[in-house]
Ligand binder design. Structure first.
Ligand SMILES: NC(=O)C1=CN([C@@H]2O[C@H](COP(=O)(O)OP(=O)(O)OC[C@H]3O[C@@H](n4cnc5c(N)ncnc54)[C@H](OP(=O)(O)O)[C@@H]3O)[C@@H](O)[C@H]2O)C=CC1
Ligand SMILES: O=C(O)C1=N[C@H](C(=O)O)C[C@H](O)C1
Length: 276
């Protein structure tokens, strides 16, 4: 059996380095075929394994996406919005699969991702950890059971370098509870409170963001009633939770028909009603 050839975009970044480590741990069946960084990056020409601290891999980091994709079956991309959209287009043109982890896309960019997925297989998820994807299921059940008897607030905390807020995961969690309750984030999400806000409306889905230090990624959804409250929380203590999920998604995606998939598909977490 020939090994799956993976490319990693943003190879020198926090997730990129962890992805190279995850790929090493995945053992036989997957090989690092290309490592990409931006033009002018300090990492260009360096060995991807040396950069990740896993030991020499014989794959130099390059900035030419076309050349990099030549030898890849699937590209894993955790970079920036602008870079991911360029990589998306390049993958669509060549029929290379894309595991897309970057967060913070606008509605317009999300439409571009959907369109590109007509031409190649794309697995996009705001969070590739198994735990968070299980939380999505628990949240839908909790929201349906509790309905309009509770106030729903979503609290997330991340490291000081994170550039988007709320996190992609917090927005996905909000989307899950909104769908379960027939609400919409467009009208019901509240992203800021300050000053004379007035009393809270039941329909509101509130978001609170914390940024500091080296927090890998914490998410809590609070269902607050009178006299009691339920909290569904996920705390990531290592980026390996995301990276190993992304490598699993890449293996799952290889050879699939064009289309837009997510980590719920990879983990087979969709109910029969959701699939229909
Ligand atoms: N879905 C999920 O499970 C997760 C998603 N994320 C998301 O992944 C993204 C990256 O996060 P993180 O690793 O912390 O960020 P980093 O800034 O550490 O890494 C991003 C890397 O991409 C590089 N880059 C920028 N432009 C290009 C380009 N044109 N081509 C190739 N590489 C490029 C950056 O280079 P330079 O720094 O030199 O500009 C950097 O090395 C974020 O959107 C984050 O929210 C993070 C964790 C989990
Ligand atoms: O930027 C990060 O670090 C993370 N981003 C993702 C998000 O925005 O949800 C996932 C994870 O929480 C880490």
């Amino acid at each position: 059996m020939t090994a799956l050839r993976l490319g990693i975009a943003g190879a020198g970044g926090r997730m990129g380095r962890t992805l190279i480590e995850a790929l090493q741990q995945a053992g036989d069946g997957v090989v690092l075929a290309a490592a990409l960084e931006r033009e002018g990056s300090e990492w260009l020409g360096a060995d991807a394994g040396d950069v990740a601290g896993t030991g020499r891999l014989g794959v130099a980091i390059v900035d030419n996406v076309d050349a990099a994709l030549e030898g890849c079956d699937v590209l894993i991309d955790f970079t920036t919005i602008e870079a991911s959209l360029v990589h998306l287009q390049a993958c669509a043109e060549r029929g290379v699969g894309l595991v897309l982890g970057t967060t913070g896309f606008s509605a317009d960019a999300l439409r571009r991702i959907e369109t590109a997925a007509d031409r190649t297989a794309v697995c996009q998820s705001s969070n590739f950890s198994t735990g968070v994807n299980l939380c999505f299921k628990l949240l839908a059940d909790a929201a349906r059971a509790l309905g309009d008897s509770v106030d729903i607030e979503i609290i997330e905390a991340h490291h000081r370098h994170k550039v988007d807020a709320p996190s992609g995961t917090a927005l996905s969690m909000g989307q899950v509870v909104a769908e379960a309750l027939g609400r919409s984030l467009k009208t019901d999400a509240v992203y800021h409170r300050q000053g004379q806000t007035g009393a809270r409306e039941r329909r509101e889905i509130g978001f609170s963001t914390i940024r500091g230090g080296d927090i890998v990624g914490d998410h809590t959804v609070l269902f607050a009633a009178d006299g009691e409250r339920i909290e569904i929380s996920h705390k990531a203590s290592s980026r390996m939770a995301f990276a190993s999920g992304a490598v699993r998604a890449a293996r799952w995606l290889a050879g699939r028909p064009s289309g837009l998939y997510d980590m719920q598909d990879v983990l087979d977490l969709r109910s029969s009603e959701e699939r229909a």
